[in-house]
Design a protein around this ligand. Structure first.
Ligand SMILES: C[S@@+](CC[C@H](N)C(=O)[O-])C[C@H]1O[C@@H](n2cnc3c(N)ncnc32)[C@H](O)[C@@H]1O
Length: 384
């Protein structure tokens, strides 16, 4: 039976499943879920197999909060023999379809990590055999001729079982298993730094970093101590106001780029600066008001606080025009996480019609998701 297979953080299968089922129904695509707790893999079995490709073309993976990556199955589970595994796979795949690339993947579990050694060994002979059989297009030719621009996913469930599927090049994660492997910078005072690093990588296109994440910009970091997020802003040359009652790392204070304010993040208001609002057309022909100049370029927030309070704070910042863009971590220690997230995003949507937002459960997030907000029409401040 054809299924959409989704990868998520182990423990979030229910949220990932509820989300795909609900969002697929918007496109009148229906099916049932199969998931095992803590496996990080969700199967959405389609009532009508033809719907699969339609869904993968029409729903941007970026709009799914809890799924890191997805593919549509092209084989059932294949039982792997102890010998001649490559031959068994090549035979099961046939040569009807062509793909631009192969991703060798496993569930994001301890067993999966063990399996990845096995996958690495198998990858070279498997790639060679698939190229020979023209299932994989030649290196550098990114367009498969039949499944145009498709990536072949091999999900190894064990050393004895694998399932194959495809995702579309224009609607897939750039990373194997949807996981960007970021290097922890030794100069950062906390591991949390990887969350903001990943958020910038995910939400801001690389070719816009020079104008949107650049030296001379101003940022406010709420709940900043000991400074992992501030570190990411400082290393990009920004001037940062870090708000937290806790102490900030000395190394950051010594850069001269950080002002530390020991106070409640909800009470902090950026220094007064007149905000003029201008009316702009969005691409959709609608008119929205955006601030002409904001006191702050970036608001980032990693406060361990109720997400409802944090959303109200974000709404206030964008209503007042205090910042241009924001990355906000929303803590979700409660049950019914997906319902809460929906409520929060609905509130944001209603309160900020002039803003664009996206939310993602990033790899380096734990019991939390990351929200990105900006005005719908972008205006680069004069000082850039
Ligand atoms: C997860 S830690 C932040 C880690 C930080 N992003 C880093 O990378 O090092 C959460 C911080 O939020 C701070 N915090 C919680 N509630 C706050 C509030 N209302 N105002 C300011 N800081 C707050 C805590 O003191 C704590 O230092």
């Amino acid at each position: 039976m054809t299924a959409i297979v989704l990868y998520c953080r182990p423990g979030f299968e229910k949220e990932c499943g509820a989300e795909i089922q609900e969002k697929a129904a918007w496109s009148e695509v229906y099916g049932y879920l199969q998931l095992t707790k803590n496996q990080g893999v969700v199967y959405f079995h389609l009532n009508n197999p033809e719907d699969g490709e339609t869904l993968m073309k029409s729903m941007p993976l970026r709009r799914l909060i809890f799924a890191r990556q997805w593919f549509m199955t092209v084989t059932e589970k294949i039982a792997l023999p102890d010998y001649n595994r490559v031959e068994a796979i090549v035979e099961a795949l046939g040569s009807e379809w062509q793909y631009a690339d192969l991703r060798m993947e496993t569930p994001d579990t301890n067993d999966g990590k063990e399996l990845s050694k096995f996958c690495r060994k198998l990858a070279v002979p498997l790639r060679q055999a698939l190229r020979k059989n023209k299932v994989l297009t030649e290196k550098g030719n990114k367009e498969g001729s039949n499944k145009e621009g498709a990536i072949l996913h091999a999900l190894f469930l064990s050393g004895k079982e694998v399932i194959f599927g495809f995702s579309l090049v224009h609607n897939t994660s750039a990373h194997v298993m949807g996981i960007p492997r970021l290097k922890f910078p030794n100069a950062s005072p906390s591991r949390s730094t990887l969350k903001l690093d990943e958020a910038f990588l995910h939400f801001i296109p690389r070719d816009e970093w020079e104008t949107r994440l650049t030296s001379g910009m101003t940022a406010v970091d709420l709940g900043a101590a000991p400074g992992g997020w501030t570190y990411q802003l400082v290393r990009r040359g920004m001037m940062v106001t870090s708000i937290d009652n806790g102490p900030m790392a000395e190394s950051l204070m010594e850069t001269g780029q950080v002002k530390h304010r020991m106070m409640d993040g909800f009470k902090y208001v950026p220094q007064k600066q007149a905000v003029y609002w201008i009316v702009r057309e969005t691409g959709a022909g609608k008119k929205v008001s955006i601030p002409d100049q904001t006191p702050i370029d970036w608001l980032v927030c990693d406060m361990i606080e109720k997400p409802q309070r944090v959303i109200d704070m974000v709404i206030n910042w964008f209503t007042e025009g205090y910042c241009r863009e924001a990355v906000i971590n929303l803590k979700l220690p409660m049950a019914k996480k997906y319902d809460i997230v929906k409520e929060l995003l609905e509130k944001l949507h209603e309160a900020l019609p002039n803003c664009y937002y996206e939310a993602k459960h990033l790899y380096y997030d734990r019991d939390e998701i990351t929200l990105f907000v900006k005005y719908k029409v972008h205006r680069v401040n004069q000082r850039n």
